[in-house]
Write a protein that binds this ligand. Structure first.
Ligand code: C2O
Ligand code: CU
Length: 483
C-alpha cells in the first residue's frame, strides 16, 4: 500500500491494539489513524519524554516530549458525528492537561487547568469525551508550561473528516515547527527569554515539517493532494507556497482553521502560531518530479519540504478545486450584536513575581505562572497573583446573544488571538481588506483593529489569548464567561 494512503482500522482492531500501541500505530502506520463506521473512537495519549532525531549526525537525537512514539503524533482521525474518548496518561514529572484547539466542545472538556478542570498530576489519567460538531483540521496541546512542552513537541493533530464533498487522491498532514536546538549537539536551548517574551517571541534554530528537515513527502502522480498545513510553532509567522505545479497555479486554500471557504489561491495568507490552512494542489504527472513547499514570509524564501510524485500517473482530469461542504457554525445576529472592546497592549507596569512568591505558591500553580508579566488584555494581565484566586472574566456574555469583539492591537507586534470553544466570524479590519471567513485564531497586525463575531451559545468560561506562547504566558491571556 502506498505510504500516503491512510490505513483504515476497524474499531475492533483499535480496541485489540490497546492503549499506548494505538498512539504508536497512528504514526508508524502512515501518520494516520482512522476508524470505521462505529460511533466511538478511543485513544490513549501517553505524554512523556522521548528521544527523536531532528538534526543529522553527529548531533544526538533530541529530548522531545510527545504524545506518541514520534512527533507529530498521533494524528487522530474521526468522521464527522463520531465521538472521541481520549485518555491522557501523564508520564511527565509535572502536571498537564490537553486542550483541544478549535473544537466547539463542552466547557468541562476544554482542558484548561484551574479554569475548566483540576490539573492531571504525574502518573494520573484524565479522560476527555466529546463529539466535535465541525469537520476540519484541529490539534491538541497542553495549557500550562506550554512554552517548554510545546517547544519540545507536545502536540498532535485531530482531524474530523467531512461528509460528502470533493474527493482527494491523498490527504496529508504537514506540521510546520521550528525547534530551539543547538545544531552541534541536538540539545534544546532556552525556550524563553525576557527579550523574546517582551517582543516577537523566541525563535527556533531548525525548521521542520513533521519533525524532519526538508523532508521528501510522496504524493500520487497526477493526483489531487489535500495538504493540511499547520503552524504549530510557538512564535514564528509563516506564509506558505507550493511551487512548481505544472498548471502554474500553485495550491488553493479550501479551509481556514478547518472552516471551509470558497477556494482561493494560496498566495499571501500568513499563518501565525496555531493557524491551519487546508490546501489542494495537483501533483506532477511523472513519477520522480517534485514540488516545493516554501515559506516566503521572510525576505529570503525558505524551502521547507519537497512533494515527490510516485506511482503510475492517475488518469487525466481537469484541476478545479471545489468547495468543501459548508460548516454549521451558529450565525451571529449582527443587527442586535453588542460590541465588546478587547485591547491588546503592553502591561502598564510589568509585574515581576519575586522568587519568594513563586516558592510560596502551590507547586501546581508555580508551573503555570511565568515569573514576569509583559502584556495585558483590557489592562488585565493573566493571572495576576496566581491561579488560587483567578482574576475575574474579561467580560460576561449572555448565553444566546450575539457579540462583536473589537480586537485592538495597541502594540507594534503581531498577535494571533485565539478563542476557546467558539469559532469567530471574521468581519472587517480598519487596516486591510478582509476575506470573509471563520477562524479560531486571527492574526492581529501591529496597530490593527479587527472585528470578529460570535453567537454566545456555548456556556462556560473560555480562554481568550494570544497564541504566541510567550505572550500568552506573560499576561496576554484572559477568559470570557458565557452564562
Ligand atoms: Cu491552542 Cu488556549 O490554545
Ligand atoms: Cu501576542
Amino acid at each position: 500500500m502506498p505510504a500516503f494512503l491512510a490505513p483504515r482500522l476497524s474499531r475492533r482492531t483499535l480496541l485489540r491494539a490497546g492503549g499506548t500501541v494505538l498512539a504508536a500505530a497512528a504514526v508508524a502506520g502512515g501518520r494516520s489513524l482512522a476508524a470505521a463506521s462505529t460511533d466511538l473512537v478511543e485513544v490513549e495519549l501517553l505524554a512523556k519524554p522521548r528521544l527523536q532525531r531532528i538534526l543529522p549526525e553527529p548531533a544526538a537525537p533530541s529530548p522531545l516530549i510527545t504524545y506518541a512514539e514520534r512527533f507529530p503524533g498521533p494524528v487522530i482521525r474521526l468522521r464527522k458525528g463520531q465521538r472521541l474518548r481520549a485518555t491522557l496518561v501523564n508520564g511527565l514529572d509535572e502536571h498537564t492537561s490537553i486542550h483541544w484547539h478549535g473544537i466547539r466542545l463542552p466547557n468541562a472538556e476544554d482542558g484548561v487547568p484551574f479554569l475548566t478542570q483540576a490539573v492531571t498530576r504525574p502518573g494520573e489519567r484524565h479522560t476527555y469525551e466529546f463529539t466535535p460538531p465541525d469537520s476540519g483540521s484541529f490539534f491538541f496541546h497542553p495549557h500550562c508550561n506550554t512554552v517548554e512542552l510545546l517547544g519540545r513537541g507536545l502536540a498532535g493533530a485531530l482531524i474530523v473528516e467531512e461528509e460528502g464533498g470533493p474527493k482527494f487522491d491523498a490527504d496529508l498532514v504537514c506540521m510546520v515547527k521550528d525547534w530551539i536546538l543547538d545544531k552541534a549537539t541536538g540539545a534544546f536551548g532556552e525556550f524563553t527569554s525576557d527579550r523574546g517574551a517582551s517582543r516577537a517571541g523566541t525563535f527556533g534554530t531548525v525548521s521542520t515539517v513533521n519533525g524532519e528537515i526538508d523532508p521528501v513527502i510522496d504524493v500520487p502522480a497526477n493526483g489531487d493532494v489535500r495538504a493540511r498545513l499547520y503552524n504549530v510553532d510557538s512564535s514564528r509567522v509563516i506564509d506558505l507556497r507550493v511551487e512548481g505545479t505544472e498548471n502554474g497555479g500553485g495550491a488553493w486554500i479550501i479551509a481556514v482553521d478547518g472552516n471551509p471557504l470558497p477556494p482561493r489561491p494560496l498566495d499571501g495568507w500568513p499563518m501565525a502560531p496555531a493557524m491551519r490552512l487546508d490546501v489542494v494542489f495537483r501533483a506532477p504527472k511523472e513519477a520522480g518530479k517534485t514540488l516545493r513547499l516554501t515559506n516566503v514570509y521572510s525576505a529570503e524564501p525558505k524551502p521547507l519540504a519537497t512533494f515527490r510524485a510516485t506511482g503510475p500517473a492517475l488518469p487525466n482530469k481537469r484541476f478545479a478545486p471545489r468547495a468543501l461542504p459548508a460548516a454549521d457554525i451558529p450565525e451571529p445576529d449582527l443587527k442586535t450584536a453588542q460590541v465588546v472592546p478587547m485591547a491588546f497592549s503592553a502591561a502598564a507596569a510589568p509585574q515581576v513575581f519575586d522568587s519568594a512568591l513563586l516558592t510560596t505558591l502551590p507547586e501546581a500553580d508555580a508551573r503555570c505562572l511565568a515569573a514576569k508579566t509583559f502584556w495585558a488584555i483590557n489592562q488585565q494581565s493573566w493571572p495576576e497573583g496566581g491561579h488560587e484566586r483567578l482574576p475575574p472574566p474579561l467580560v460576561t456574555l449572555d448565553k444566546g446573544r450575539s457579540y462583536v469583539f473589537e480586537l485592538a492591537n495597541l502594540t507594534p507586534h503581531l498577535h494571533p488571538i485565539h478563542i476557546h470553544g467558539y469559532t469567530f466570524k471574521v468581519l472587517s479590519s480598519d487596516g486591510r481588506k478582509v476575506v470573509p471567513h471563520h477562524a479560531d485564531t486571527v492574526l492581529l497586525e501591529p496597530k490593527e483593529r479587527l472585528r470578529v463575531a460570535i453567537k454566545a451559545d456555548n456556556p462556560g468560561d473560555w480562554m481568550f489569548h494570544c497564541h504566541i506562547i510567550e505572550h500568552q504566558d506573560t499576561g496576554m491571556m484572559g477568559y470570557i464567561r458565557v452564562a
